[in-house]
Design a protein around this ligand. Structure first.
Ligand code: PHE
Length: 447
């Protein structure tokens, strides 16, 4: 699955957590790209230095230099970059929304999880899924990390930012990507009439464009319930406004597409209820585009907005850019090859013209694994040793020794550069380094 991991499928765990002991950590709110370049992120023996700030390491620390370097790239702020263009296009369908796009990726676990009602044992918190600077400081895994703060400041807002998750390695997964968050609040007392009026006006201004078919079979059920504190009509009006706004957004974004099919399905997030996902049919497959729902009232109460009701959504920009531009590999967004960025013009969505692919080099590695081995940890070592040259990592064999009960795995790594031809010698060196590093860092035994 892509990018929206906090759903029922992977996690399920929904619940209120109220850990107030994690306060006291201030956030570098505004992250100046220039400042970041002047002070490049650095890992020393006992601390992590990023955005000019120093964070002490502890036993949770798992960020790597490769990942920290990504935090300085700020693709969503580079003019003509597809990520920036899609961001602007989406923002233009939400006029009057305050748009925050300069937040530092360094947040507290309180902001990323606790404030959003993640349970203490939610799998998203795990060190195998999330990059920690230390126990309490991490790289945000989603733009929702800024919900509480921004909801205090505005009733209509967008947040665009780079987010980080430890993940598999293939054409559609990358440990750094970009999300856009949106939220809108209404007066709980007048929401029904307000929404009716707004939708009527919006429909008059933007008659639904032809060629896009929307299916919605979602239901409010005990599995995807209305919050007890909400009036039913108010919740339904909020949900209507949410779906209407997002249908309009994709209609506009895909105005060129002849037969776009969109569907709504039920979902679960710790910070919204009810919750939904929007999917689009692309090349015969349903792609998850965004997650959304009615904001949990505890969050609005904490934002000092107890009399409001509202919706929020979060979407992955890479996925939309890949579909709209026809970009086949997620690593291309990070390519520094002029043949990539040079193709694009600001504000214009255009089909990507592939430039020649360089030849791949395939290597296998097999080892006995200790208990608690996690594939993401292996992928992390690969990323660290090989960088973007690692195109895919695939487990091609796994077996348990019948006598000793020990488990052995074999991974196939496909090395290929986006920018040049790699030589066998160079890859052999990387593979050798990888063999040493996995033994050192993961306590595996090579076969
Ligand atoms: N933050 C969620 C994710 O990354 C998406 C989301 C945002 C869902 C806002 C609901 C509301 O998976």
């Amino acid at each position: 699955m892509w990018h929206l991991i906090y759903t029922s499928k992977k996690s399920g765990a929904v619940g209120l957590s109220s850990r107030s002991d994690l306060t006291g950590f201030s956030l570098v709110r505004v992250y100046q790209p220039t400042e970041a370049l002047e002070v490049p992120p650095k890992i020393t023996t006992d601390s992590i230095i990023i955005g000019g700030k120093t964070y002490p390491k502890d036993d949770a620390t798992n960020v790597t230099t490769t990942i920290l370097e990504k935090t300085a790239r700020q693709l969503h702020l580079i003019p003509a970059h597809p990520i920036a263009t899609i961001k602007d296009r989406i923002a233009s369908t939400f006029p009057g929304f305050k748009h925050y796009d300069q937040f530092s990726p360094v947040v507290t676990t309180k902001e990323n999880f606790d404030d959003l009602c993640f349970s203490d044992d939610h799998p998203g918190r795990s060190v195998t899924d999330t990059y920690y600077l230390n126990n309490k400081i991490m790289l945000r895994t989603h733009t929702s990390a800024h919900q509480l703060q921004t909801l205090k400041e505005s009733d209509k807002l967008l947040v665009t930012a780079d987010v980080y998750r430890r993940d598999e390695i293939d054409a559609s997964h990358y440990p750094a990507f970009h999300q856009m968050e949106g939220a809108q609040l209404f007066d709980a007392k007048t929401v029904v009439a307000d929404v009716q009026k707004e939708i009527k006006e919006a429909l008059a201004a933007n008659p639904a464009s032809a060629g896009i078919q929307t299916t919605d079979t979602t239901l409010i059920t005990p599995e995807n319930p209305k919050q007890d504190c909400h009036d039913e009509a108010a919740m339904l009006a909020t949900a209507d406004h949410l779906k209407h706004s997002l249908n309009l957004m994709v209609r506009r974004l895909f105005s060129q597409e002849k037969n776009l099919q969109v569907r709504w399905i039920d979902a679960q997030f710790p910070f919204t209820s009810p919750s939904w996902e929007m999917e689009i049919l692309y090349q015969g497959k349903w792609l998850e585009v965004l997650g959304c729902g009615v904001i949990r009232q505890d969050i609005l109460n904490n934002a000092d907005k107890p009399d409001k009701i509202g919706w929020a959504f979060g979407l992955g920009l890479e996925r939309l850019a890949m579909v709209l531009y026809g970009i086949p590999d997620i690593r291309l967004f990070w390519s520094q090859d002029a043949r990539f960025l040079r193709q694009f013009e600001p504000s214009k969505i255009q089909k990507f013209k592939p430039f020649s692919k360089y030849s791949p080099c395939i290597k296998d590695i097999s080892f006995w694994v200790p208990e608690g081995f996690h594939e993401n940890n292996f992928c992390e070592v690969v990323r660290d040793v090989a960088g973007d040259i690692a195109e895919t990592v695939e487990m091609i064999d796994k077996f348990t020794h019948p006598k000793t009960n020990r488990q052995s795995v074999c991974f196939r790594i496909n090395y290929r550069s986006m920018d040049r031809n790699v030589t066998n010698n160079e890859i052999n060196e990387i593979q050798e380094k990888l063999r040493t590093e996995v033994v050192d860092r993961m306590k595996v035994e090579l076969r």
